[in-house]
Design a protein around this ligand. Sequence first.
Ligand SMILES: *Cc1c(COP(=O)(O)O)cnc(C)c1O
Length: 399
Amino acid sequence: MSRERFYEQLESTLDQIREDGLWKPERLISSPQGGVVEVVGSAPVLNLCANNYLGLADHPALVAGAEQAMVDYGYGMASVRFICGTLDAHRVLEAEIAEFLRTDDSITFAACFDANGAVFEPLFGVDDAIVSDSLNHASIIDGVRLCKARRYRYATRDLVDLDAQLMAARADGAQQILVVTDGVFSMDGYVADLGAICEVADRHDALVMVDDCHATGFVGPGGRGTPALHGVEDRVDIVTSTLGKALGGGMGGFVAGRQPLVDLLRQRARPYLFSNALAPALIGGGRAGLRLVAEGEERRARLFRNADRFRAAMTDAGFALSGAGHPIIPVMLGDAALAGRFAARLLDAGVYATAFSFPVVPHGTARIRTQMNAAHSEEDVDRAVEAFITVGRELGVVS
Ligand SMILES: *Cc1c(COP(=O)(O)O)cnc(C)c1O
């Protein structure tokens, strides 16, 4: 087949994506990330789709922290950690993350995608088993694929199936077994029942790992995440999470856990050994984010008040919502083209909320995923609901 044919095939795949209504447009923002953003070609709009849960993405303290770190350490590290890329500041950030999560230590990566890509392979081998929730984040799925352990999957949040899969793993002769779950399922807005998961894991003497990207900083006491929410901080073996969401939304991921686990990852984790160290600005911004989280009760309270207010009003208006008890509130629409049209009309009405369709969610379950934010006022939330109702009526979704 000719090389030209290769590009023709790409074009036809792209055409098919457009035809199926699955095209994901990227709108251009021309302001800092915040409760309100400027989108090129429209008036300022309410932003309902950032992972900016605590509203810290444009906070002056984080900008100042990043600036100061660049003054102190320059722009880049130009090295992986073990060669000449470890600043004293890296170790301070890692110690602060560990202190916040009440673990022995933590290790940072360029992103949580890398942390999840890194964590399984050095710790689990052919004789081990990984038991994974069917809706876990793509980076967990990829990380597990990179590891030689046997794989078992349980139906999402189904504890009976989890128990059955653990039984199967033991029966197959697994040495160590790791149960891995998202702390919060980001497409649907459900919080994992970590207490019950740990109980089931206990019955089989299995390790437990939580990816807490959509919880770190705002879920549970002190914003310490789903292990704290469920009172199982001592029981969870591995936490992975991100600096790229509630902690300021910059960039960077980490694994937190007991000392030998973190130490071994430093020696063996491939995205750590073969990829650049976190840039100084991200360290400074991340540390400032952690400080604001420590005094963040008011922000967390406002975030959850906004979420409750939006969920109640949208339910009253007749929208089908997914999730519970979390600021991720997906508005279920089903048809991908409808979801795309809905999002476009919302933008005209001053509300920025993105349509999600295949392959990000299963076919036929397209939705507009909204995320509440501590930067919004109650009036903002009410205005968002009004926009949803106006567009919902126009498109025949609600009456
Ligand atoms: C966002 C997210 C990631 C990826 O985090 P990055 O730091 O952006 O790479 C991983 N896992 C979950 C559950 C996420 O929501």
